[in-house]
Design a binder for this molecule. Structure first.
Ligand code: FPP
Length: 362
């Protein structure tokens, strides 16, 4: 197989398709069509070429590629499993156009749709979107009301899409604070989509990470016996099961739009090892191309996860990254027996507590 030179890469997005097919095949099977034995070397060279690493292709060159060109550069094998996004800048987007703030939120819905579509297309397992924080309740009542209307409209219009595309829907946060019709829609969509596993889309609504942690501690205290020495039962992976995101792997990539470089009380426990990506693009302008750029940027980074090579296998069992793997898979197997901690519409304090987690984690 010919390894293309950089000049073969047309910047209008026409990647050498045959080469790309070969590359994907090698990456997947480790085998070359003609059974030549210098495969891994070929694959490595092609990977180097495709990612722009080591061949002089700079991050800035991506700007000149078409969307399809960018898609071709994405390596399916090293995509993040879980992408979390702080969608920011709707208000500024609208005000910059002399429009009311809600126009920015409305346009932001289109970006939400597009982000979900890209994740679905690429086979990313989880996407979590920060749609409304606990702090957002302090906004003027009119803006809150308009946002709630928008969420209602969103659930009405997207329900069919979620079910058709087999996307699992999940909501986290103090959902009991939301208007009752939204709680009902959330419960229904969660219930209808609970069997799907193509992609899990989680909306953080009325969400704040510190409250999530405090709520988790309260639930955990109910479960752990007050006997001397029982604190030994508590581990990172056990605690993570009391969080609203108990059914998700930790985010690998956290994106924030609009030029702010803060995490604003979003998934504080879960992003311990996430790669952070900040972009000046305002959320309503953040579309397919922008998400692809974020994914490519993520793929250029060396994730060592505190170790030397960043491989999950080399990590100790208590390490969150490895624990979420095992817990995630257990959760899938025990789907019907593990209680749902964060049921929509039920105040967190009154939720059915998890079964004694120690027993099913064993
Ligand atoms: C932050 O921008 C955005 C929000 C508080 C709301 C997010 C809502 C959407 C993206 C649209 C609806 C989403 C769904 C899932 C239907 P901001 O208003 O704080 O912007 P600013 O910082 O420019 O003022």
């Amino acid at each position: 197989m010919m390894v293309p030179s950089r000049h073969d890469l047309s910047l209008n997005g026409n990647l050498p398709q045959e080469s790309l097919r070969q590359y994907r095949k090698i990456s997947k099977t480790g085998r070359h069509d003609s059974n030549v034995h210098h495969r891994s070397d070929q694959a490595r060279k092609m990977k180097t070429f495709m990612t722009g690493q080591g061949n002089g292709m700079e991050h800035g060159d991506w700007d000149r590629l078409s969307e399809e060109g960018l898609v071709s550069l994405v390596q399916l094998k090293t995509l993040p499993r879980h992408v979390a996004i702080i969608m920011d800048g709707n208000g500024r987007w609208a005000m910059g156009r002399g429009l009311p703030r809600v126009a920015g939120h409305r346009e932001g819905v289109l970006s939400v749709r597009e982000a979900i579509k890209v994740c679905r297309e690429l086979g990313i397992s989880a996407l979590t979107l920060y749609a409304f924080s606990l702090e957002n309740w302090k906004r003027p009542p009119k803006e809150i009301a308009l946002l709630m209307d928008l969420f209602c409209e969103y659930f009405q219009s997207e329900c069919e899409y979620f079910l058709r595309e087999q996307i699992r829907f999940h909501a986290i946060g103090r959902l009991a604070l939301l208007p009752q019709p939204i709680q009902t829609m959330i419960s229904e969509l969660q219930e209808q989509s609970k069997g799907y596993d193509q992609l899990t889309v989680t909306l953080a609504l009325s969400y704040g990470a510190r409250s999530e942690i405090v709520d988790a501690i309260k639930r955990l205290l109910h479960d752990v016996p007050r006997d001397p020495g029982s604190e030994g039962m508590i581990s990172e992976e056990m605690f993570a099961q009391y969080l609203d995101t108990w059914n998700l792997p930790d985010p690998d990539l956290l994106i924030r739009t609009s030029g702010e470089s803060r995490v604003s009380n979003f998934l504080l426990w879960q992003i311990a090892y996430a790669e952070l990506y900040f972009t000046r693009t305002l959320w309503p302008d953040f579309r397919r191309r922008d998400l692809l750029l974020a994914l490519l940027d993520y793929q250029r980074r060396e994730r060592r996860l505190g170790g030397l090579d960043g491989t999950i296998d080399s990590l100790p069992p208590s390490f969150p990254q490895s624990s979420y793997f095992s817990v995630f898979h257990k959760e899938r197997r025990h789907e019907t027996t593990v209680p749902h901690i964060s049921k929509a519409g039920v105040p967190p304090q009154n939720l059915p507590r998890p079964l004694s987690l120690a027993s099913w984690l064993d």
